[in-house]
Design a protein around this ligand. Structure first.
Ligand code: NAP
Length: 315
């Protein structure tokens, strides 16, 4: 099977196409023919050899040779104990790496479920990691409620485009922060107000929010804290060690809280998201689509961190 592998940390050109053996499934696994997967920042951060990743995934060379944390495809075959899926099912999944490949074996109880009926494989492949991140940040960590004022910083990125829509679907009134060329897109996703960060600093306009969702990781907690209401929650998927002391001091002196998310992809949350998609409350924004043999260009583009929605790899 065609697979995108890398044997050493480095620039995008360490990614190579290789023919590897198709995985042999265990009795509890399904074999998926991948139609599309997405590029997430975690892919290029691991590929570059960022330090926390190296400690877990190999100090000098990567132990995880195949990147990719989500995908959509067709069930090709099932293990003898599998009861939840059948051959031919169209699914979307979150993985713990390994989705940059033509075939992936995954336990039936992992983060896998039928893909939304009204999405293409490429649209569905955009969803798992980014949308589950937004959902878990807003619902699980920030406890979003009807009428909450929500600020989404990085509203035009993979996580942010889902964040704006999910916050709205869960009852929030959303302000999105993005740059000039993405203002219209963010408003079209349901933000009632959009702030152009190239012209205005949201932290100095005296507006406060019940929830501030940092979906980009470009500012310190110190920058966000004046935008929180007295009991407001700041939630981030990109924590900084340097924020630890300001966060502790703020939580002792006020009701403002800070929460950090490590996304835990699971089938229940994929089903929740599928319902939002099928009821017209959530859609994927696809910025660019590459064939699998253009993976180097795909990573070069994604790591500039100005994607408008998601970058997709088609197999
Ligand atoms: N902890 C976890 O489990 C987890 C899971 C998923 C993601 N994450 C992290 O979450 C972050 C976002 O992921 P993503 O997939 O959304 O990334 P992404 O798609 O690469 O984000 C790109 C977006 O960021 C915006 N952006 C760049 N600089 C900005 C700035 N200074 N102010 C406001 N927006 C800015 C860009 O908008 P403009 O072009 O308008 O600047 C662009 O639309 C990443 O750091 C990722 O590693 C963490």
């Amino acid at each position: 099977m065609k697979t995108i592998v890398y044997e050493r940390y480095g620039n995008p050109d360490v990614l190579q196409i290789k023919d590897l053996e198709t995985p042999v499934i265990k009795s509890n696994e399904v074999l998926i023919k991948v139609r599309a997967c997405s590029v997430n920042p975690i892919d290029w951060k691991i590929r570059k050899g960022f330090l926390p990743g190296r400690l877990l995934l190999g100090l000098f060379k990567p132990r995880m040779r195949i990147l990719g944390f989500d995908m959509a495809g067709i069930v090709e075959s099932i293990g003898k104990d599998v009861s939840l899926f059948s051959d031919g099912d169209e699914v979307f999944c979150g993985t713990m790496g390994g989705s940059y490949a033509e075939y992936v074996a995954i336990p039936e109880t992992a983060a896998i479920t039928l893909k939304p009926a009204n999405m293409t494989f490429e649209e569905a492949a955009a969803v798992p990691l980014a949308a589950v991140t937004a959902l878990q940040a807003l619902r699980n960590k920030a406890n979003i409620r009807n009428g909450h004022q929500v600020l989404v910083h990085g509203a035009s990125g993979g996580v942010g485009t889902f964040g704006v829509q999910i916050a709205k679907a869960l009852g929030g009134e959303v302000t999105g922060v993005t740059s000039t060329h993405n203002l219209e897109l963010v408003a079209s996703l349901g933000a009632t107000k959009v702030i152009d960060y190239t012209k205005e600093d949201f932290a100095t306009n005296d507006q406060t929010y019940d929830i501030v969702f940092d979906a980009v990781g470009k500012s310190s907690f110190y920058h966000y804290k004046s935008s929180l209401t007295q009991n407001g929650v700041y939630v981030t998927a990109t924590p900084r060690i340097s924020d630890a002391i300001p966060i502790i001091c703020t939580s002792m002196g006020t009701g403002k809280k800070s929460k950090t998310l490590l996304t835990n992809a699971n089938s229940d949350d994929l089903i929740f998201i599928r319902d939002l998609v099928e009821t017209g409350q959530l859609r994927s924004i696809i910025d660019k689509r590459y064939e699998y043999n253009q993976i180097v260009q795909a990573h070069q583009y994604a790591e500039k961190e100005h994607s408008k929605g998601k970058v997709i790899i088609a197999f």
